[in-house]
Write a protein that binds this ligand. Structure first.
Ligand SMILES: [Cu+2]
Length: 607
């Protein structure tokens, strides 16, 4: 009996060892070339763009009035098919059940002024299936499981419902992080209508949990503001596009590196994750059949580190109407649309203007942005639009007069079903940034630290770790002016929780190396005479980003000046919650590999 048990145990151990070895072998032995080859084996534009399920964040009362909604949304481990011809992948998916859970998760539809309560449930009983890095400050449950916590990106909500990285929880709330207070989140939806998205924010594991699939869209609507705009509407003509990139192993599993660039410091962490396959709404390089008319696309960059510079292969232009969670005051026409990680662009595309029957949405953003590798055959393409064919009059055909009339009428038809023939010249106007009403001015410097091999080890803001005592303490209802000085080589999309930012301009730093060496010893922009260095070319905020945003792209070698407001845009009411409560808020770089490695700081609101 004893021997048998021992044999049993040793067999089990052997199995475990083989399993560990094989999983490491898969992750370790794949080369970048092989990953590229696997992704390039996926035929492009064969999967139709999925429509994500929708959940209403409100309820209809008996008398027809709107009442608060209550949702239960779980996180499930399941299999997901990212491509028709490819084995399914293990993912983490949000949904109301394991069966309906999807990547991205369901789109939550909320209404301004109507609260939504969400109980986020972790059903991830097993371990995280992607490699992670124990050397980073991260959520480490003692009893195993996958730590998760949900942040509603762009949401103006109480700190207890903001998804603090330390408010993580494992399956069944068995174990919770030090900042965890409650299981049901309260989204007040008092903010102006616009686009938000929800995603995981667990401490030190955000890059893994998002890569695993924990992302979804959240829309706040207000018909009294939006109906008169007569924008394309309804599930066919108003679509969310969540774009992210992933690499895959041959067996279909999502690939993440198992070894870091500086393995003696960080065994697994690398400064940016870039995948070879571009995924939109859960399918690699999908296609969408469209009519010759206007569509509204709410494009979310839900990837880890990749910037996109979108354009159409046939030169078709886009009309941007919103940026992040806000409308623009007037539409902005763009042929190229740059979107950093976590940014949202709300665009109208009029396929009636297309000169061709097909248009590929392309990407030209180098990675890391802006000075990294140029795009290749795979990551330069995003998805394809198959446009309803134009009927060409059959001029030379005998007896064609009648046929031509028929054709003309047929061609006209889409125009008749097009109530949205004009985009309004004015969209939504919010208060302009008032530079004369500044309660506090701050300087935030972005630093990269490299190892002896010149590879990044970590990133800091003002030289401070996430754990260091809070230094940014804005007052509720006040404005602040922040000068963000980027001393790294790369662009960092800086995201702020709760507050809204209006980017004023970006000023190139002159005599940069002098400033850098001063900052290396003093770490104080004023003491290092920033005003003498912020003397270069001034770049105005592009027209398609001139509104109140929650993330802005920080150019390397520039000082970016933003005006922050800690109040509601469209009313003069104070926040309907205690914004100064624990665990407070955050601001951080939204390159997930950076925020997981210290490019994140607490933000404490004072009353
Ligand atoms: Cu960054």
């Amino acid at each position: 009996m004893k021997m048998k048990m021992n044999m049993h145990v040793s067999n089990l151990l052997l199995c475990i060892l083989i399993l560990i070895h094989s999983s490491l072998a898969t992750a370790e032995n794949v080369t970048a070339d092989e990953l590229y080859e696997i992704a390039s084996s996926l035929k492009m534009f064969v999967d139709e763009l999925p429509k994500m399920p929708t959940l209403k964040g409100y309820m209809l009362g008996r008398d027809g009035d709107l009442k608060a909604g209550e949702l239960r949304i779980g996180m499930f481990e399941k299999k997901w098919k990212f491509h028709r011809d490819f084995p399914s992948s293990t993912v983490f998916a949000y949904g109301t059940s394991r069966e309906s859970a999807s990547v991205p998760g369901p789109t939550i539809e909320a209404i301004q002024g109507v609260e939504t309560f969400v109980t986020w449930e972790n059903h991830l009983s097993s371990r995280l299936f992607l490699p992670w890095d124990p050397s980073l400050v991260s959520a480490k449950p003692r009893n195993g499981g996958v730590p998760t916590v949900v942040h509603l990106h762009g949401g103006i909500n109480e700190p207890e419902s903001d998804g603090s990285p330390r408010a993580w929880f494992t399956a069944g709330f068995n174990e919770t992080g030090p900042a965890w207070t409650k299981s049901q989140y309260h989204y007040v939806n008092v903010q102006h209508p616009g686009n938000l998205w929800y995603h995981d924010h667990a401490l030190g594991l955000t890059r893994e949990n998002l890569l695993a699939g924990l992302v979804g869209a959240y829309i706040i609507r207000n018909s009294s503001v939006e109906t008169s705009l007569k924008l394309p509407s309804g599930p066919e003509f108003d679509r969310s596009l969540l774009v992210f990139d992933k690499s895959f192993a041959k067996d279909g599993s999502i690939y993440m590196n198992a070894t870091g660039d500086n393995p003696s410091i960080h065994p697994q962490w690398q400064p940016e994750y870039f995948g070879d396959a571009i995924i939109v709404n859960g399918k690699a390089w999908p296609y969408l059949n469209v009519k010759r008319r206007k569509y509204r696309f709410r494009i979310v960059n839900a990837g880890n580190a990749r910037f996109y510079r979108f354009a159409f292969s046939n030169g078709l232009s886009m009309t941007q109407i919103g940026s992040d969670s806000s409308y623009l005051p007037t539409p902005a026409n763009v042929t190229k649309l740059l979107l950093g990680p976590s940014e949202i662009a709300d665009v109208i595309i009029d396929f009636a203007n297309s000169s061709t029957d097909e248009a590929i949405l392309t990407n030209s953003a180098a990675y890391p942005f802006p000075n990294g590798t140029v795009v290749d055959d795979l990551n330069s393409k995003v998805m394809k639009f198959m446009i309803e064919k134009t009927m060409k009059p059959a001029i030379n055909q005998p007896g064609s007069r009648k046929f031509m009339k028929f054709l003309m009428e047929k061609t006209k038809k889409p125009a008749i079903s097009q109530p949205d023939s004009r985009i309004p010249e004015r969209l939504v106007r919010y208060p302009r940034p008032n530079k004369n009403d500044i309660a506090q001015t701050r300087y935030i410097t972005l630093y990269e630290y490299d190892s002896a091999t010149s590879l990044p080890t970590h990133f800091l803001m003002n030289g401070l770790m996430f754990d260091s005592p809070v230094t940014e303490t804005p007052r509720q209802g006040k404005n602040e002016l922040w000068h963000i000085i980027n001393l790294t080589q790369d662009n960092h999309p800086l995201h702020i929780h709760l507050g809204l930012l209006y980017a004023l301009n970006q000023t190139k730093l002159v005599n940069l190396s002098d400033f850098q060496s001063c900052m290396q010893t003093k770490n104080d922009a004023v003491a290092c005479n920033i005003s003498n260095h912020a003397q270069g070319r001034v770049i105005a905020t592009p027209a398609n980003e001139r509104t109140w945003k929650n993330v802005f792209k920080m150019r390397p070698g520039y000082m970016t000046t933003i005006l922050l407001t800690f109040s509601l845009l469209d009313s003069h009411q104070p926040y309907p919650f205690n914004a100064s409560a624990e665990p407070g808020y955050l601001y951080h770089c939204h390159i997930l590999d950076h925020e997981d490695n210290e490019m994140m700081r607490p933000l404490k609101i004072l009353e």
